[in-house]
Write a protein that binds this ligand. Structure first.
Ligand SMILES: Nc1ncnc2c1ncn2[C@@H]1O[C@H](COP(=O)(O)OP(=O)(O)OP(=O)(O)O)[C@@H](O)[C@H]1O
Ligand SMILES: [Mg+2]
Length: 223
C-alpha cells in the first residue's frame, strides 16, 4: 500500500507553497494532480519522490517514512521505489537510449545480464527498439518522453511520478505516452501520479486532486 500524509512549507520569498497538504493514495491508484501554474504541483511531486525533504509533516510511501530519512536513505528510496518522469530530470546525453535505461539498473545494483534483458524489454514496450542506440538528442520529444518512462520503470518502482508527461507532445504521442503510463497501475500494481494541465488527461485518472492555496482538494472526475 502507498499511503501518504504530508504537510510541507517551502519559502519562495515569503510564500508558503504547500500548507497542510493531506492526501492518501492506495496502491495501484492512478491520480491526477491539477492546479494553476506555480501552485506547487512539481514541489509536491518532489516531496513525494524524496527529491526534497518534507519540512513539516509526514510523508509515507509504503512503510517508508520520508521525513525521518537521511540524504543517503532518500537516495536509496528514490532509486528503488520511485520512477520519475520529470521534464527536467535529464536523460544523459552522452549515453544511448539503451544505456540510459540500463544505468538506472546499475545504480540500483542489478547484475549486467538481467539489466540488459530488462532494458531491452522496456525499450520494446515503449516502442523504441530501433532507437536503442540513439542518444537522447537524436530522438524526438515524444520518443524522449517514452525513453524517460522506460528508464523510470527499470527498477519496478512502487510509485511513478509524472510531471506533465505530455506537455510538449502532439495528440498521437500524447495518447501513446499516457497509454503506457496508465497501463502501470493495472499491470504492475504501482501507484501513478500525473501532473497535468490537460483536462482530458486528468479525466482519465481514477482520482483527481486540485492543488490550490497550498492544499490538495479531491475533485470528482468529469464523465
Ligand atoms: N527551489 C525553489 N526555491 C524557491 N522557490 C521555489 C523553488 N521551487 C519552486 N519555487 C516556487 O514555488 C512555487 C511552486 O512551484 P512549482 O514548480 O511547484 O509549481 P507548479 O505548480 O509545478 O507550476 P507549473 O504548473 O508552472 O509547473 C512557485 O511560485 C515557485 O516559484
Ligand atoms: Mg511544475
Amino acid at each position: 500500500m502507498v499511503g501518504l500524509r504530508h504537510r510541507f512549507e517551502s519559502r519562495a520569498g515569503d510564500v508558503t507553497v504547500l500548507d497542510g497538504v493531506d492526501l492518501h493514495l492506495d496502491a495501484g491508484d492512478h491520480a491526477a494532480l491539477v492546479g494553476a501554474s506555480g501552485v506547487g504541483k512539481t514541489t509536491l511531486l518532489s516531496v513525494l519522490g524524496g527529491l526534497e525533504s518534507p519540512q513539516e509533516g509526514t510523508v509515507r510511501v509504503d512503510d517508508h517514512d520520508l521525513a525521518g530519512m537521511s540524504r543517503g536513505e532518500l537516495a536509496t528510496f528514490r532509486r528503488e521505489t520511485v520512477g520519475f518522469v520529470f521534464q527536467h530530470f535529464g536523460l544523459l546525453e552522452a549515453l544511448t537510449a539503451a544505456e540510459n535505461v540500463e544505468l538506472a539498473g546499475s545504480l540500483a545494483g542489478a547484475a549486467a545480464g538481467p539489466r540488459r534483458r530488462r532494458a531491452a524489454e522496456l525499450l520494446e514496450a515503449v516502442g523504441l527498439v530501433d532507437r536503442a542506440r540513439h542518444r537522447p538528442l537524436e530522438l524526438s520529444g515524444g520518443e524522449r518522453q517514452r525513453l524517460a518512462i522506460a528508464r523510470a520503470l527499470m527498477n519496478r518502482p512502487r510509485l511513478v511520478l509524472a510531471d506533465e508527461p505530455t506537455g510538449n507532445l502532439d495528440e498521437r504521442s500524447s495518447t501513446l505516452v499516457m497509454g503506457l503510463l496508465e497501463s502501470l497501475p493495472a499491470g504492475h500494481g504501482c501507484t501513478l501520479v500525473v501532473v497535468t494541465h490537460d483536462a482530458t488527461i486528468a479525466a482519465r485518472a481514477r482520482r483527481c486532486f486540485r492543488l490550490s492555496g497550498g492544499r490538495a482538494i479531491e475533485e470528482a472526475i468529469p464523465v
